[in-house]
Write a protein that binds this ligand. Structure first.
Ligand code: PLP
Length: 424
């Protein structure tokens, strides 16, 4: 079992906290995402404890899982938020989050995105290009305020992760090249409607070593020194997110261990004490706090393979199809009996529609399975491909199971579509 202590067997029945997953399935149906309140708050709490006594803001990167209940839990716990669209900003506000703790990331902010953020007063725009600086400066004119900005620098460090989720290399679209950073800061400082607050980076996701974070930090500190010597004062360093989790035995540093190493490095730097530190963790806060509950529709044998065809598919959990990602599979009722090696696949008409391959399971048709470590980039990346209504979402809290998103209806899938006018 991966690092999901909130999931455990009692009398061969799998429970989420104190709730039997079989009862979640009978009450809410399948497929259903199930999240643990305690696991989310514990993960966030580890960062907060490590940051205690420091000037630091731990933001939650909404794109990993943007359910309102998840946002609200973290907002109540005092989290900041890292957003990438006006849609995510609307979610933070709808969940009672504080816009003054929101940092707005993303390489393609539209005018509407920027206007929405200026209207509510976000903490900082994390700007990714010179044209974006000009656009924010123009839109802030006449608002009576200077737009708070940080510049995202591409530190050109290898996060050692999957190419699709590596963002800090020179060839990536993200951030401003290291060697152009100084000029970009000078430009920002010269624009009348901007207030330069900080410097930021985000080097990738599912990073399982401390070293790449420290390498990026060193580059930011070195640049910050040059920026300050050029007369542009900075207030914060934002190191982004990207800390990895245990899917299949990966051993990422503990959350507190990573932050301690970063604070130590900052303290040793002559400029270090000057800066507030900001973080934008997504996966590390919610990834191990969620699972996808699904039911076996058929067991299908072919001459070369055995398939467990389940009612969840690539539209529900895209990571296996997109990144060749590995997720653990647990039977909700543990049976004695012969294990068979299955590919766990969905009903979607694509050969890439698989959730897990070559898993030894003792199961029958009709059984429930839990796909582990699905709390991050699961529901958030889901789609309606094959006109499949999106899954329900449930938050467990001790003995309680709260529905936090209803299963979509088929009618809602085409509610915005229009029939043709009558033929004449
Ligand atoms: C995706 C993203 C994050 C969160 O990444 P995780 O790997 O989920 O921690 C943080 N900051 C930015 C700018 C991002 O794009």
């Amino acid at each position: 079992m991966s690092n999901m202590q909130w999931c455990h067997y009692r009398n061969d029945q799998l429970l989420a906290e104190e709730v039997p997953l079989a009862s979640v399935a009978s009450e809410f149906g399948t497929p259903t995402y199930v999240y643990s309140k305690a696991a989310i708050l514990d993960a966030y709490g580890e960062f907060v404890r490590a940051a205690q006594g420091r000037r630091a803001l731990v933001c939650y990167a909404l794109k990993a899982n943007s359910n309102l209940a998840v946002i609200e839990l973290l907002a109540r716990a005092g989290a900041g938020f890292d957003i990438v669209s006006a849609g995510e900003l609307a979610r933070v506000l709808a969940a009672g989050g504080d816009p003054a703790k929101v940092v707005f990331s993303g390489v393609g902010k539209s005018e509407a995105d920027i206007r929405a953020a200026l209207a509510v007063g976000v903490r900082c725009f994390n700007v990714e290009s010179e044209p974006e600086l000009e656009r924010i400066n123009a839109l802030a004119a006449g608002t009576g305020q200077r737009a708070p900005i940080s510049l995202r620098i591409n530190p050109d460090v290898d996060a050692g992760t999957h190419p699709y989720i590596s963002t800090g290399l020179r060839e990536n679209k993200f951030g401003i090249a290291h060697e152009r950073a100084l000029d970009a800061f000078k430009l920002a400082a010269s624009l009348p409607n901007l207030e330069v607050l900080g410097i930021d980076c985000h080097i990738g996701s599912q990073i399982t070593e401390i070293a790449p974070f420290l390498a990026a930090l060193d580059k930011l500190l070195e640049l910050a020194g040059r920026i300050e010597r050029a007369g542009v004062a900075l207030q914060h360093l934002d190191l982004g997110g990207g800390l990895g989790i245990d899917y299949q035995g990966e051993q990422p540093p503990a959350r507190g261990e990573l932050l301690a190493a970063i604070f130590e490095r900052v303290a040793a730097h002559p400029l270090g004490q000057r800066y507030e530190l900001m973080f934008e963790f997504g996966r590390s806060i919610v990834g191990n706090a969620g699972l996808l509950l699904t039911r076996v529709e058929y067991l299908k044998s072919t001459p070369v393979k055995d398939f467990a065809v389940v009612d969840a598919a690539m539209n529900d959990l895209m990571r296996p199809a997109l990144y060749d990602a590995w997720h653990g599979v647990l039977p909700v009722v543990r049976r004695v009996g012969q294990k068979v090696v299955y590919d766990v696949v969905g009903p979607v008409c694509e050969s890439g529609d698989w959730l897990a391959r070559n898993r030894a399971l003792a199961i029958s048709a009709g059984d429930l399975l839990a796909i582990e470590t699905a709390g991050a980039y699961g529901m958030a990346m889901s789609s309606n491909y094959n006109s499949r209504p999106r899954a329900a979402e449930v938050l467990v809290d001790g003995r309680r199971a709260l529905l936090v998103r209803s299963r979509e209806t088929v009618e809602s899938l085409y509610a915005l579509e229009r029939r043709l006018p009558p033929e004449d």
